[in-house]
Design a protein around this ligand. Sequence first.
Ligand code: ADP
Ligand code: ZN
Ligand code: ZN
Length: 743
Amino acid sequence: MMQGIYANIIIDRSIDRLDRTFQYRIPEALRGQLLAGMPVIVPFGQGNRETFGYVLEVTDEAEFEPSKMKEILRIAEKGAGAENLQIRLAAWMKHTYGSTMIAALRTVIPVKQKVRAVEKRDLWPGLSPERLAFQIAAYERRHLDKRVRFLTDLAKRAPIPYEEATGTYGLTPAMVRDMENKGILVSKKETQYRNPVSADSALQKHVVLSSEQQRIADEILSDYRSGHPGRYLIHGITGSGKTEVYMEIIEGVLRMGKEVIVLIPEIALTYQTVSRFAGRFGDRVSVLHSGLSMGERYDQCERARRGEISVMIGPRSALFTPFQNLGLIVMDEEHENSYKSESIPKYHAREAASELASYVGAGVVYGSATPSLEAYEKARRGEWRLYTLKERLTGGTLPKVYIEDLRKELRRGNRSIFSERLDRMMEERLNRNEQIMLFLNRRGYAGFVSCRACGHVMKCPHCDVSLSQHRGGRLICHYCGYEEPAVTLCPSCGSKYILGFRAGTEQIEEAVRKRFPASRILRMDADTTRSKNSYEAILKQFAHHEADILIGTQMIVKGHDFPNVTLVGILAADLSLHANDYRASERTFQLLTQAAGRAGRGEKPGEVVIQTYQPDHHSIIHAAAQDYEGFFEEEMTYRSLMGYPPSAHMVAVLVLSSKETVAKALAEDLAALTKESDKPVAVIGPAGAGIGKINDVYRYVFYVKASAYDDLIFVKDRLEAYLDRKGRGSESVQFDFDPLNAY
Ligand code: ADP
Ligand code: ZN
Ligand code: ZN
């Protein structure tokens, strides 16, 4: 039993290296009261000045001679504003997701970098006009032409920026220095924190909210007035006016003198989106995105800390903006996978946002066209308030959707990748000079094997997820490690057309070229978008109708509106349906719904063709009908039957080592230890991970399921304690709670 005699304390978050901690003794009176993240007052430095610090860790191990250790004075009443919140959030993350405190702190605290603030330097005349004229004449006599030209202009239109003097006028830094030394020039420096946002008033539209939109905003704002902002989910298709509702609420919250964080997935953080916010809220808006350098990101956080801005827009990490008076977090496209961190701590911004908001009594508004099961389930249980926006305000009608059974095509002798219907419709569109999008949803695709004759998919008998084909044809379950030899005949119908699914966008491009040689084609996938900006460039070309057909992976379903697209073809819905993890159906439903939503955005009605070997699958049927609730009901039944989140919880324990035997043995030890626990948990595995080795590091994984999240935390803590006792070698262990993908 740990007594907790010593505490490791960080003194000041601005110390460049956060892992610099100081150890203090915990006085008797405070033993058992200190937790990671708590603010404390300690004597610091030679003069033992009372200094603010945060508890990182409580321990029994003295790092140096205990008799020389100072004692903590007391628990601080209050932390230092935003800092306190961040550290508390870090402590929560450590507890909830498994991580060291340092890694959690590094996640939530903007890294302080040598700030290279952009310095604006202006040059002014240092002399009176008469004496300046005299000086110019003197330089003329000495034929110092550059100086003459520069000073002559300076006399007319001071100040001139330094860059212009050294650029256009061709002065060298030495010449400027020389004239400065002689008092001919004076330079004035101004430190500027660059604002990466520029408001584009052209994008500012004044809309009158529909009564439904207004009602949502009013209700939420009235919760604020009564002092109890809550959690809200706005479910509405793209174009149903969610963003306008967010902005209305934001405006209300800003009026109350509070600040707002708006989370938007990186891919949707386009110029248009940001400008819409900037157009409405002016220069109180800033943005964090991956295009900014660390220094620039830090600048923006500093501006937020100082209260110079009050709305921060950005992806996942914008959540950690150190506002002093946070009132609202908006999380658009709440279902996006990019909201989950892939590095430790593997937190989900959906949960972290709610946690952070609870510290300061802020509200959280989530929005999505296809909410995650987690979110919708909370709304259904009444934890969050649900609002639904049903109409599309951008005009256009919902497209007509056809499901094409590829098994029938095979029976009819059609071996092309286009069903008869899709083929015919493409021809029509090309004749009418309308545009087509062909979509291959490879997301999550992990080499499943299926029967082209009957649609049967090889699945794990224990986990009900698709098996992945490995070298030599062996089929493996990425959850439990179950294995089967290669199949040659379909176990369901005996057909020999049971094979792995090979599908790439290049093959599709080839097929289209062969079938429609005159068509103009653009392809968008990981290969064609490798260079910066190529993603935007391809979309722009397509928007300007420089191509008839856009072929792409899931990348094409987001963003831009293409009013001339009247046909969307989804070539093989099965690809993502048979990903090897329990979220495959949900992801497929989301992708199909989004893809279908691409058609008929303009005046002309749109049509969608979904090709599949499993036309009866609930993801496909409900996506075709744009029936979210129908999908939710069926999918939740499956999740609760199998004990998958959100009905229950699951943690992946990933063990990494450069030695395979070590990784395997440790995974087995940890799994055995987990099984010993008296909590109601189930252990699946361990098994080699789907990608068994990355950069020469071997990966073993096992999964633990439980109906209560806390039981998984208990397991995690126990494993961590075991690892601490054992002393960690080269191997490392990572936790991923409610993982979005199989390992
Ligand atoms: P979402 O965020 O759900 O995709 P937006 O808020 O972006 O929807 O709205 C889609 C389009 O409809 C935008 O161009 C927006 O300006 C417009 N719009 C939204 N609400 C209204 C309204 N009440 N009246 C007219 N146009 C609106
Ligand atoms: Zn079959
Ligand atoms: Zn399995």
